[in-house]
Write a protein that binds this ligand. Sequence first.
Ligand code: ZN
Length: 309
Amino acid sequence: MKMQFDSLFDMMEAFPDEQSAIDHLRAIRWGENNERAHCPHCGSTRVMHFKDGKTHKCSEKECRKRFSIKVGTIFEDSKIPLRKWFMAIWMVTSHKKGIASTQLAKDIKVTQKTAWFMTQRLRFAARTRSFNRKLKSPVEVDETFMGGKEKNKHANKRQNAGRGAVGKEVVWGAQERNGELRVMHLESLRNVKAVVKAHIEPSATVISDEFAGYKGLSKDFHHKTVNHSSGEYAHTGNYYHTNSIESAWAGFKRQVYGIHHFVSPKHLHRYLSEYTWRYNRREREEGQRVNDLLKWADGGKLSYKALIA
Ligand SMILES: [Zn+2]
C-alpha cells in the first residue's frame, strides 16, 4: 500500500475508494500487519479481523465487542467517508493559513455545519498533549492579544487582561529558537512568571519584552529584555531578539483574521492548537503531515455536545 503522497491529487489516487482509506488508517494506527491492534473498549491486544476488511472483534471473554478502526478516534460516529476526511486533513495541514469551514464545505461537498464540525475535530486531534519536556535555551517569550470589542465584554472580564489589553483575550507563547513553539490562551498575565517556569528549563536564556510581569525572572533564568519601542530588536545579528515569536503571532493573526475573521474565546485554544501543530511541522512534507495527523486521530471523539458546551 502506498503510504506517502506529495500532492492532494496523488493522495486521492492512492485512495480510490473507501476501503483503501480504511486500510491506510488501520496501517497508520495498528501497523501494516495489525501488529499494534488493540480493542478500543478494554485495551486487549487479542483482536480478530473479519474478512470484510472493516470489522474487528475483541477475543476477551468479558468484552467480545465488535468495532471498526474508527472507534476511539475523531472519526467515530462520523458518517462522512474517510476519503473526505483525508481531503479535509490535507487542506488543514497543508494550507499555510488553514481553511475556513465555509470553503471546506464547498470543496468536499458537505454542509457548512458538517464542515465546521470536521475542522473542529481536526483541531481537537491537533491539540496539545501533555508537555513532556521543558524548552531549551534560548527561548523567546511573548504575549499577544486577540479580538474582542470592549463594549461587548462583561465588566468582570474587563479587569482580567492585566496589561493594556482591556477586553481582549490573552495569548502567551514561548519559542525555542529554531525549535518548538508553545502557545496558550491565559486568563490573564498575572502569573506569567509561573508559566515561564513551568515550560522552560531552569537557567536557560529567556528573552522577553519589558513587560513588568517578567521582572524577577533573572532569579531562575538568564533573562534578557528587548525594548520594542527603541527598535533595538530589529537589529540584525543581535542574538537577543523576539523576532521568531513575533513572526509566529503574525502568522496566527493572518490565519484568524484573514481566514476565520472571528474566533470566539471559547474555541480560541483549538485554533491555537491547529496553528502550533502546523507551525511545528513546517519543515515536513505535506503527505507526512497528513499521516502525522492521522496518527493523532486517536484519543477519542469530540461530541457535538462537548464542542458547543
Ligand atoms: Zn475488548
